[in-house]
Design a protein around this ligand. Structure first.
Ligand SMILES: [Zn+2]
Ligand SMILES: [Zn+2]
Length: 157
């Protein structure tokens, strides 16, 4: 599996998707010449331990599952189920809904996790990570938000 990093380039601010090969390889912007090559320094026992874009140590783990996809499946199932109701097929209607719920659950289980950076919001998809990696923490997030605000104030903006 190739690692997949979605981020905003710190230099030119464009949205970038990088697939470093190997996973510890340098991350490069395709738009300007920004690159970051900390390689193995970002990893600890082969798993990511800090953000590959800004080097921040705090990352949270999140299901790599687009919520829109889950909603779309439920939406389609709901309309199909209405059609079944209209045709006096209550059992079919119920089965359609149950299958959709089951399918959602399966997707949710088998889609991997991704790591998101608290500081720059880069998303590290399909990367080797620690299964014990903590999930989103509001306190840490708040700390980074404050820091970012202070920085902006200091910059006189
Ligand atoms: Zn760039
Ligand atoms: Zn970051």
């Amino acid at each position: 599996m190739t690692a997949h990093i979605i981020y905003q380039c710190p230099a030119c601010q464009t949205r970038q998707v990088s697939t470093p090969e190997p996973a510890t390889g340098p991350v490069r912007c395709s738009h300007c010449d920004w690159s970051r090559n900390e390689g193995a320094g970002d990893f600890h026992d082969q798993v990511i331990c800090r953000c590959r874009i800004c080097g921040c140590d705090d990352l949270w783990r999140q299901k790599d599952f687009p919520p829109a996809l889950g909603l779309a499946i439920v939406g389609i199932a709901a309309s199909l189920s209405c059609v079944a109701w209209a045709w006096y097929r209550p059992v079919t209607a119920l089965v359609i809904l149950l299958m959709a719920a089951f399918f959602d659950m399966l997707l949710f289980t088998f889609m991997g996790d991704m790591l998101v950076c608290y500081r720059c919001a880069s998303r590290h998809r399909r990367s080797a990570m620690n299964e014990e990696h903590p999930q989103f923490n509001l306190e840490i997030s708040e700390r980074y938000r404050q820091q970012a605000m202070q920085k902006e104030r200091a910059a006189g903006r």
